[in-house]
Design a binder for this molecule. Sequence first.
Ligand SMILES: [Zn+2]
Length: 434
Amino acid sequence: MGRIIAGYVRVSTLKQKNDGVSVDMQKEMIIKHALMMELVKNADEIEFFIDDGYSGKSLERPKIKELIEKIKKDEVYAVICYDLSRLSREMFDSNSLLRMFNNHGAALKCIYDQTSIKTASDRFSTNIKILNNQYERERIVERTNDGLLSIAESGRYPCGGIVSFGYFRGEDKNIYIHPTDSKIVRRMFEMAKKGYSIDDIRITVNAISNSRNIIFDNAHIRRILKNKIYTGLLHYKGKDYTDIVPRIIEDSLFDEAQRVTRRYSKTGEGYIYNQRLYCKSCGKFFINTHGTSATGQRYNYYKCPECNTIISENKLDTVFAEQEPDVSVSKMKAELVNNIDYQLKLLNMRIRRIKNKYLKAVINDEDYIELLKPINKAIDRLEDKKRGIDRVTINKQRYGDMRSCEEKYKYVRNNVDKIIIEPETKKIYKILMK
Ligand SMILES: [Zn+2]
């Protein structure tokens, strides 16, 4: 069997005008060229390799792979394509392809840009074309981004999908402050500023209904507290825009909340009682702090930001190990069930509120069904979890037996909810387990 005349055709996924040479048009040009150059006597002698919907950026295309295999087996006499960028838009790929063509005696004919690889000077000008193709490809990518940027420049919100909690998208596609959800956002920032823990914030905001029926978890709350969009600042593709999203939180409140929450997330790991100690008289939680002794030994302290009571970690550790309540497994399970029941109660309250709205004809049939769907799902999940608790085995380990700071930190984080400190005596008033 003689060596074949191959026609390679590619159209990209980017339906850009510059790249929009259709499959049929490319085929037609290849056929015309092959007939004119008398490479074939009729069109069906050309074997076509067509990659429809593939970018020229990589060689991860089924048909080009097939063609390469054939060339490597010396089965190809010539490859005809519309232009060099059909084969590849990457300098590196194009070069290795051309070398491979050469090594296996396959000729390359690019109709549009007259590419030839026979002589050194041919190869030089081909390389220039390859570079140009790569430049073109980068420009196409840029242009797509530019499209979104120009949306942002014109004062509209460029990101598709769901807008941040606290906002809603108006009929005109612009972003507006949601009257009630934004108050929840504000509440989160104010609580964070006052030094409330993320757990406290979570419990508080989950008791208030919101328009999206979101049940917040700690990670979501942390994300919200870190999101500069609430100060009216939209960061998009390396640029800041201040006139697209309206402000919910003033800069000073945002910064204050950052300062307080960052102190914990940054240094929390080294502190065994991070975010666990509460002042009995002020109700604030203690801030982590530390000092270094003359010998370079580090000592951790915890300080009430209100009454400035300071308690050392070492001292606390001894007392805690002695006082740690021996929570039996059945009690722990009961508490888990309690926790789930509390969440179920919140969800049922929300259902009642929605039902009331429906009965007062504030919401229509479809909205009613739609609003109830996620809540019922959440209820099912919780009921499932509740049924599973009986099968759970709880590994109990005594705090006093632990040696490393790391172990203790993990134990406290997982098992202790709050340790209430009496500021006058610096003693533990009460330990609340999770
Ligand atoms: Zn205090």
